[in-house]
Design a protein. Sequence first.
Length: 288
Amino acid sequence: MRGDDGIALILVVSVGFIVTTLMATLMAYTVLSVTHARKEQDYQAALSAAQAGVDDYLSHLNANNVYWQSTDCANGAMQRPMPGARPTCGWDSTIPVGWRSLAGAQTPSGVSCSTMPTPVACTVYHYDVDASGTLGNGTISVTSTGRSKAVSRSIRVSVRRQSFGDFLYFTDYETVDPSNPFVYGFNNTQAASVCARHYWDNPPRNPGCVNINFIDGDTINGPLHSNDAILMSGSPQFNGPVTTAYPSCQPTGGAAPPASSCLPQRRKRQPLFCQGHQLRQPTAVASQ
């Protein structure tokens, strides 16, 4: 009997050891999975923040087409150490890198990320702009870094201002040039003030202004964009992409809007859009 008791004790200890090992392995795996999931979440959040930084710079650039020519001292996302006797914005070599949180963001506990100093739990971004080659090739390089917890991700994009060479047809206003003496006469200053208006502006464009109108037989074999509404009748054909800044041309559920919402209401029109049509924000182009 004593021999059997010894064997039973060994079995109990062995089973306990195996169960303990399995539980420890399971706990380690669980902790590892949670850590990995947390890092992956921060990884994606940091990438989204980096993209938000690029979008932020583009919004400034769209609002001010010479924004690239100087450093915006009021933009905390651009703050960085700058060596030299007379650093820009007073940002000397000791100034910390500036970070900006996403608009309206909060920490998991509900604290606004706009609180200063920015809470550690907030996802933030910082970007650097290199415009050294802009005058030569028209390109602006933006390097944006997003940070979430201890994870950082950076993306670099090249922004190039469009030129007339990007479009076969481009207009700010779909009217005959007010300075055209054969249409409005010589030195007609009134035409310049009442015709340089968009279709939807208030006050509206003067009825006496001569609008551009695409008609039967017109064919555009390339990209077309107008910062105005595009007038047409009959069945003109557009073989390239067509974009307009007409506010009524809004996407529906993420899909391209119907042509009827992108064109002013006119009768007897059946344009052919071979590469689609869509809303595009007003575009400024650089002359060549």
